[in-house]
Design a protein around this ligand. Structure first.
Ligand code: ADP
Ligand code: MG
Length: 275
């Protein structure tokens, strides 16, 4: 009966999780690179990216990361896997030897980071993501550097999202706690009213409670209609809020699937989520 066949198709054995290099047919999973994109493709995609720093060796090997409208996509993987490098590549801070980056269907592979910001990309890098000697408010103003219009409303929205920043707006950002600094960094990126937000380890170095709060705020940002592509070392917690996840190993896609699928995958659990 077609009903039971459908059930079988949806059963445990047929997760849509993708393990790179494995033949897809055995479990119904698709091999990487063979996924059929939605009409128009993902909102932001770095596709089959290969490249490294300067004339150095390839750090990324045919790496693909993407986020769709309305989604939170999370990239996890061991230290040195190339997660930050992949984010930099999508943002235009790394010359690709192969592959491309598309935003809302447009090929932006050759654009500078500044031009990508003008196209609607917001990026919070892993390090040096705030001006420590400037006040919180000055940091937000710096974030609005490309805007010619009145950005007071945006600033108020950011203060509504992160009330502690309103309270501390006259304080030097360097005096804030780790979690508060990350709020400044995210707020700064939001000042350009981005169409997509990229975050590299937004919860690095904060306590579990602050991590939960930051994740809540990130979910809130996503609900305002800004898709989020984020790297996280708190893999388990991040995958819990992820629509889509990628495990990167040695610059390549090792696993990808929905957050739920990756959390349930025994191999992913054993190797990347601490069992
Ligand atoms: N600016 C750089 N110049 C040269 N090599 C770099 C640079 N940044 C990172 N790398 C190298 O690229 C590899 C991946 O680093 P990275 O992308 O930071 O990994 P992750 O973010 O997953 O921890 C590492 O081997 C690292 O040493
Ligand atoms: Mg990194």
């Amino acid at each position: 009966m077609s009903g039971s066949a459908y059930q079988d198709d949806r059963g445990n054995k047929d997760r849509s999780i993708t393990k790179a290099g494995s033949p897809g047919s055995a479990t119904g999973a698709r091999r990487k690179g063979t996924a059929v994109p939605a009409p128009g493709g993902p909102f932001l995609i770095g596709e089959n990216m290969t490249g490294g720093y300067g004339k150095g060796p390839n750090i990324l090997e045919n790496c693909t990361i993407a986020v769709d409208e309305g989604e939170i996509a999370v990239i996890v993987g061991p230290n040195g896997a190339g997660k930050s490098t992949a984010m930099k590549a999508v943002f235009g801070m790394l010359d690709l030897r192969e592959g491309s980056v598309r935003l809302d269907g447009e090929d932006i592979t050759s654009l500078s980071p500044q031009d990508r910001v003008a196209k609607g990309m917001g990026f919070v890098p892993q390090t040096s993501n705030i001006f420590t000697s400037l006040t919180v408010e000055e940091n937000l103003e710096m974030g609005a550097f490309i805007r010619r219009d009145d950005f007071r409303d945006t600033m108020e929205q950011i203060y509504d999202l992160f009330p502690i920043l309103r309270e501390k707006r006259r304080q030097a950002a360097g005096e804030l706690s780790g979690g508060q600094r990350q709020q400044v960094a995210v707020g700064r990126a939001l000042m350009t009213k981005p169409k997509v937000l990229m975050l590299d380890e937004p919860t690095a170095g904060v306590s579990p409670i602050v991590m939960d709060e930051l994740f809540d705020r990130i979910i809130e940002v996503a609900r305002t209609g800004i898709p989020i592509l984020m790297v996280e070392q708190n893999a388990r917690q991040a995958l819990e809020i992820a629509d889509k996840g990628y495990v990167l190993v040695q610059g390549a896609n090792a696993y990808s699937g929905s957050g739920k699928e990756l959390l349930a995958d025994p191999e992913v659990r054993k190797s990347f989520l601490g069992g």
